[in-house]
Design a protein around this ligand. Structure first.
Ligand SMILES: CC(C)(COP(=O)(O)OP(=O)(O)OC[C@H]1O[C@@H](n2cnc3c(N)ncnc32)[C@H](O)[C@@H]1OP(=O)(O)O)[C@@H](O)C(=O)NCCC(=O)NCCS
Length: 143
């Protein structure tokens, strides 16, 4: 997704998605990746606007939930766009053979998310405080 003004890209992000199995159930999950605002245009609300729009787009495209990690200082930025912290949730990225967890040494990540489908809203406690095997692969090891 791009936020464009007069041909200039002010902010950009990727929405990645896949199916996961968590606690024995299958979910369509989306996540945010490569969120960035043009340096000269930072601090004007463009990032928040785009990240909020991505949340709304993900909610209507049939995903059960959104899940991603961010560096702890950015928690407030994402909360301001409607996302929330999933306390104690850890995303396990990479692959089953080469896992890349969000709580590895040297990382200070928080897991953000939102529950879109009625089915997913009912199981929110199963995601908090748990390790979620996301396994997005070897390129975007952790979205
Ligand atoms: C993070 C980033 C996308 C924010 O974009 P932005 O357009 O400058 O953000 P906004 O103007 O929409 O800010 C919204 C709120 O988040 C806060 N915020 C923005 N960037 C922040 C940061 N790096 N750390 C902490 N808070 C931040 C703002 O202070 C603002 O809060 P306020 O409404 O209370 O004033 C931008 O700083 C960026 O491109 N950073 C480099 C890439 C990056 O770190 N991406 C995130 C990957 S997870």
């Amino acid at each position: 997704m791009l936020l464009v003004d007069g041909g200039v890209v002010l902010a950009a992000l990727d929405v990645l998605s896949k199916e996961i199995v968590h606690a024995g159930h299958r979910y369509a999950v989306g996540g945010l990746s490569t969120v960035v605002t043009r340096r000269a245009a930072q601090g004007r609300g463009h990032g928040r606007r785009l990240v909020a729009a991505a949340r709304e787009a993900m909610a209507v495209q049939g995903l059960d939930l959104g899940l991603f990690t961010c560096d702890r200082p950015l928690r407030g930025f994402y909360e301001g766009a409607g996302w929330r912290v999933l306390p104690g949730a850890v995303l396990v990225g990479g692959t089953p053979g080469e896992p890349f967890p969000s709580d590895q040494p040297g990382f200070d990540k928080v897991t953000m998310g939102d529950f879109f489908s009625a089915r997913a809203r009912g199981v929110e406690p199963l995601f908090c405080g748990s390790r979620v095997e996301l396994y997005p692969g070897e390129i975007d090891k952790l979205w």
